[in-house]
Write a protein that binds this ligand. Structure first.
Ligand SMILES: *[C@@H]1O[C@H](CO)[C@@H](O)[C@H](O)[C@H]1NC(C)=O
Ligand SMILES: *[C@@H]1O[C@H](CO)[C@@H](O)[C@H](O)[C@H]1NC(C)=O
Length: 224
């Protein structure tokens, strides 16, 4: 029996607004905690996804999608946790998607994660980028955010911008423009996730638990 569990506590804040200004491209992007926007609580905004996660009940056209996440501890090679927006259920060939994917970990090694952007079914402008985390994400909660405006997309960890994609005319539909839902999932990706599949999931270490929570413990303006 495969045991993969996502624990959801309190609120997952889905921040939806079109009223905030996009950061000026020539300046360091504004930290997400500086935004003053309304939020949707987890209990009203989300539904379970059979087996392995949850998704928002609605679709959104732009927003700040943010959660505090604590990743599974011990040996999690092969286990991927993803926090992402997509409309792949509706547009199978021409979907849009913005991903954080955490690629499983071998105890004692730095965690790797990647970001991707799909626009109209392609990663022409948003090919995956991989990075190492500078902390152990299984020890405590960190805030992972995806800002999606009409002008740019920024991936943040806590208040640190990791990647920015600035829209330009040449992108056309390669820049996501159709409404998307927010998803969180956990699954077995032994074939590729950790060192190209060299280290596979080991169910001796199950259950693999990813915890998602709110941001109420911080003093962020959006929580007031
Ligand atoms: C946040 O926005 C609300 C409504 O627009 C406004 O009343 C409030 O003063 C703002 N707070 C801050 C800290 O900017
Ligand atoms: C999206 O992709 C489809 C299939 O490749 C293409 O036919 C369509 O023109 C694209 N849409 C836009 C707005 O570029």
């Amino acid at each position: 029996m495969i045991m993969i569990i996502i624990i959801i506590t309190f609120l997952l804040l889905l921040h939806v607004s079109s009223s905030f200004a996009a950061p000026h491209p020539h300046h360091r992007p504004q930290a997400p905690s500086a935004f003053n926007i309304s939020t949707i609580p987890f209990t009203t905004g989300f539904t379970p996804l059979f087996g392995s996660g949850f998704k928002s009940s609605d679709l959104y056209n732009h927003g700040l999608f943010s959660a505090k996440i604590k990743l599974p501890s011990d040996y999690t090679a092969g286990i991927v946790v993803a926090f992402y927006t997509t409309n792949g259920d509706i547009f199978r060939k021409t979907h849009d998607e913005l991903d954080f994917e955490f690629l499983g970990n071998i105890r004692g090694k730095a965690w790797r994660f990647q970001t991707n952007m799909y626009g109209n079914g392609s990663t022409n402008r948003g090919r995956e980028e991989r990075y190492y985390l500078w902390f152990d994400p299984s020890k405590e909660f960190h805030t992972y955010s995806i800002l999606w405006t009409t002008k740019n997309i920024i991936f943040y960890i806590d208040d640190v911008p990791i990647r920015e994609i600035v829209r330009n005319d040449a992108m056309g539909a390669d820049f996501p423009s159709k409404p998307m839902g927010l998803y969180a999932t956990i699954w077995d990706a032994s074939d590729w996730a950790t060192s190209g599949g060299k280290y596979r999931a080991n169910y001796k270490y199950a259950p693999f638990v990813a915890e998602f929570t709110d941001d109420l413990s911080t003093d962020a303006p959006w929580t007031r």
